[in-house]
Design a protein around this ligand. Structure first.
Ligand SMILES: [Mg+2]
Length: 389
């Protein structure tokens, strides 16, 4: 089988809010076509126009080759070999950042092709299901322009998620820092009150994670507050510090009564090795598109397993990336949760409409998918509606 063409889509919701901390408002999708008539899809979570340029840019010399040129005519089954070929061939121009995200979308699509060609779901090709079911968690982004409204909204969302059948949720509680929600401004004490209200609303028998989106600049300020959250039984605290503050992460990992989770933005296993060895985080959160596809995400999973750390993949895109996360999660023994917000609970029209999920929540769990490849297909009506390039 040979790759004959790579089609791309840039999609964007019409009501995009530039001040919202939500990357599910746009998408970069690749559709890889083959001479066998099989096509695979993949997506990645980065600036879509940057990704487009990264894919289409012609080669310059042997250290900055063109990704598209490297792929045409190649066998889509050669996922490891092609990963290496692109990584080495673009090492001066790529290596990290947007080009690794492009590589992630491509690798996802190649695995989709392999699964379709063999009639098997991707998790089977990754070695089969290590877990019979996985617990999905709902990522909840509250609304409100005052702390009181925000708190009420978060409790409402949490009860809605519980009513839907979830037994776990991640609360976005971001009242400060560079990615605070809207014009909200609140103190660490306000956050403690909000989280206490959330815990009281769902009771003890419900898993709560918290995402503060890079809120604190220094680890000691973070610790002062995190120590007050010890009794709230929070499963993990996501991205408390700026992304590159690895020494701060190490201090938190040592001192925090709550597991520390990070890694949603990282590219390649090399950044995860730093995060786990220098930053000492407890929970690694590869995003399959951003880390470099299944090929690289599985390496990250292995590195985390070797170190006794958990995997909980990040995914805040469409049903394409969510399906990818689920295949990976089933294929490893140390991924207890996946980020899975049902389409009908999601703000983004792209998340709701671009593909139809194969996965459904049954008794608070998700069970292994059965369709070949990723198990999802593009809804071309939605593509027509949201395509901008
Ligand atoms: Mg996050």
């Amino acid at each position: 089988m040979k790759i004959t063409d790579i089609e791309t889509l840039i999609l964007r919701v019409p009501d995009l809010q530039e001040d919202a901390t939500s990357s599910s408002q746009d998408d970069f999708v690749v559709i890889i076509h083959t001479d066998a008539g099989i096509s695979g899809i993949g997506e990645c979570d980065t600036g879509p126009w940057i990704a487009q340029a990264g894919l289409d840019s012609p080669g310059s010399h042997s250290m900055a080759l063109g990704i598209r040129d490297l792929l045409i005519g190649q066998d889509p089954f050669d996922t490891t070999a092609l990963w290496e070929k692109i990584y080495v061939g673009t090492c001066m121009s790529g290596r990290r950042g947007a080009l690794i995200c492009v590589q992630g979308a491509i690798d996802m699509a190649l695995w989709d092709i392999k699964g379709k060609a063999l009639g098997l779901p991707i998790y089977k090709l990754l070695g089969g299901a290590c877990q019979t079911s996985i617990t999905p968690y709902a990522s909840l982004q509250p609304e409100g322009t005052t702390v009181a409204d925000y708190s009420r909204s978060l409790v409402e969302w949490l009860l809605r998620a519980k009513g839907y059948g979830f037994t776990a949720a991640k609360l976005e509680c971001t009242l400060g820092g560079p990615y605070r929600h809207g014009k909200l401004a609140g103190s660490d004490e306000d956050m403690t009150e909000i989280l206490t209200a959330c815990r009281e609303a769902v009771g003890r028998d419900f898993t709560i994670m918290v995402d503060v989106q890079y809120l604190w600049f220094d680890a000691k300020a973070a610790l002062r507050t995190i120590h007050r959250w010890g009794h709230l039984d929070i499963f993990f605290l996501e991205t408390p510090l700026r992304v590159d503050n690895l020494e701060g992460y190490a201090l938190l990992a040592r001192e925090s009564p709550i597991r520390i989770a990070a890694g949603e933005w990282l590219n390649t296993r090399f950044e995860f090795i730093e995060l786990m060895d220098k930053g000492q985080v407890d929970v690694a959160q590869p995003d399959i598109g951003r880390v470099g596809g299944f090929t690289e995400a599985m390496r990250v999973c292995q590195l985390a397993q070797d170190r006794g750390r958990l995997i909980v993949p990040h995914c805040w895109k469409t049903g394409i990336g969510i399906a990818a996360s689920a295949h990976m999660a089933f294929a490893v023994p140390h991924c207890p949760f996946i980020e899975f917000l049902p389409a009908e609970m999601c703000d983004s029209a792209l998340r709701r409409e671009l593909v139809e999920d194969e996965l459904k929540i049954v008794d608070g769990k998700i069970y292994p998918p059965s369709k070949p490849g990723l198990g999802v297909e593009l809804n071309w009506d939605a593509v027509e509606k949201y395509r901008v390039e």
